[in-house]
Ligand binder design. Structure first.
Ligand SMILES: Nc1ncnc2c1ncn2[C@@H]1O[C@H](COP(=O)(O)OP(=O)(O)O)[C@@H](O)[C@H]1O
Ligand SMILES: [Mg+2]
Length: 306
């Protein structure tokens, strides 16, 4: 659906994007994970044609996206990183204004506004002024404003920054619902937990370059770090360990046994069915695996959030 090829963009002497190539399929929930200043917002602005690339190309359904082309805006929704709302106006008035940017009959706009307000759970607050809203409510209204024209693709630029955990979960669920309904989502974040939780596939971006790209499992495999499972030492767990020699290397620690697993699914399955067969309580088992943060650290020598 979206093919990005060798895209570069500089601002004076800052190379914000350096030959970025990505391909995003229809229906995907695609993540773009990277620290502040990595180039995420620049990439979004290029995709929607707000910025002009220095070189490279973006194809949207095999058609080249041109700088400033209004046609693309009818098919893409954009939730900007900075909340763009009229504070003095009500939620409903805001949506009427944002909706008027698109070609739509009055009836379609009214229906779509109603539906968007339902989705973001603000129907009962539609007549309140935005300045009375919490950070999370503003974020949700920003999201509603971006889907009034029923886009095929939704670009979400760090939509949970400054949002309380409850609202954050609500936003995740709203986006997942839209995605299930068929909207392709491109989601930027500097929170690796969000990328792990939400995205089918993701790219890690740093200093304008894509440094890794794939499914979560593919990215974690870059490290070739073996998962470890720790089991609390109890009278029962002492003997059972002998049975596990074939699936894992076992180390005896002070209070725990540490199993170092070969990274394959069969090992996991065998191990957990074995635990079940001996009624080993899951409360005694602790699993540790690599995270995207570890991948980022490995590739760059830095943490995502310094
Ligand atoms: N309009 C601009 N003028 C000058 N520099 C910019 C501009 N927009 C972005 N940059 C620079 O480009 C780099 C990437 O920025 P940005 O795309 O906003 O990163 P991110 O969204 O990942 O935090 C940063 O170094 C930033 O300072
Ligand atoms: Mg940004």
């Amino acid at each position: 659906m979206l093919e990005i090829k060798n895209l570069s963009k500089s601002f004076e002497n800052i190379k914000a994007l350096d030959s970025v190539s990505l391909s995003i399929a229809k229906g995907e929930f695609f993540g773009l994970l990277g620290p502040n200043g990595a180039g995420k917002t620049t990439l979004m602005n290029l995709i929607i044609g707000f910025l002009k690339a220095d070189s490279g190309s973006i194809l949207f359904d095999n058609e080249e996206v041109k700088y400033g082309d209004p046609a693309i805006k009818n098919r893409i929704g954009y939730v900007p990183q900075d909340i763009a709302l009229y504070q003095e106006l009500t939620a409903l008035q805001n949506l009427k204004i944002f909706g008027s940017f698109y070609k739509m009959s009055k009836k379609d706009l009214t229906d779509n506004i109603h539906e968007a307000l339902e989705l973001v759970q603000l129907s009962d607050r539609k007549n309140s002024a935005v300045k009375e809203f919490s950070g999370g409510m503003k974020r949700r209204l920003n999201l509603a404003a971006s889907i009034l024209h029923r886009p095929d693709v939704l670009l979400c630029d760090e939509p949970t920054v400054g949002v309380d955990p409850q609202s954050r979960n609500a936003i995740f669920e709203m986006l997942q619902k839209l995605n299930r309904e068929g909207i392709t989502i491109i989601y930027t974040t500097h929170y690796m937990e969000e990328a792990e939780r939400l995205c089918d596939r993701l790219a890690i971006i740093d200093n304008g370059r894509i440094i890794a790209n794939g499914t979560l499992m593919e990215l974690l495999k870059i490290l070739d770090r073996k998962a470890t499972i720790k089991i609390q030492k109890t009278r029962e767990s002492m003997e059972l360990l002998e049975q596990l020699n074939n699936v894992a290397e076992i180390n005896e620690l002070d209070y725990k046994y540490e199993l170092i697993l070969n990274n394959d699914n069969q090992t996991y399955t065998e191990l957990f069915s074995y635990f079940e067969s001996i009624n080993l309580s899951p409360d005694l088992v602790e699993i540790n695996r690599a995270s995207l943060e570890d991948v980022f650290l490995y590739m760059t020598g830095r943490r995502i959030r310094d």
